[in-house]
Design a protein around this ligand. Sequence first.
Ligand code: F42
Length: 144
Amino acid sequence: MNDDQTTWGDPRQWARMQVEKILETGTTEGIDANGLPIVLLTLRGAKSGRVRHTPVMRVEHYGRYAVVASKSGAASHPDWYHNIKAHPEIKLQDGTETRTFIAREVQGSERAEWWQRAVDTFPQYASYQAHTDRAIPVLVLERK
Ligand code: F42
């Protein structure tokens, strides 16, 4: 089997390689998903307390960000969602800038507004939502 196919066909491995590249080069620039920019979250494990790095799409609006716990439309929330809920003070790296944010899950009209921004940024979120019964969580990050 072709090594590249093995590596890039596994989304977990792909995410891990992107994290390594960002930590190595010190920037998220030049790293993308489907040609669209990403940001790097630094989280604390809900159970382990360990430092966890998670890349997500860059959904930004006037200095605030949304993170969308889509996990490609999987049936369950990603582990990182539980980490953020347990420890909402997180770091977000955008380009070379790393800042501290407080994450808050949004509901109702606020969620609808941010969901629209997220889908405008990354249209695949809409098909991920169509493929799962769970409501995909949207969390807004505001500067501490
Ligand atoms: N995922 C998204 O959900 N949304 C996005 O916008 C997104 C964009 C994106 C862009 C680039 C890229 O490379 C990946 C992207 N991903 C996106 C995928 C994302 O980075 C995650 O890989 C994916 O969402 C799955 O997240 P996960 O946290 O479920 O990852 C699992 C597979 C994983 O690696 N888990 C770790 C592990 O060791 O198995 C950590 C487990 C963990 O955090 N454990 C907690 C702890 O305490 O340490 C406990 C968690 C609990 O349940 O309490």
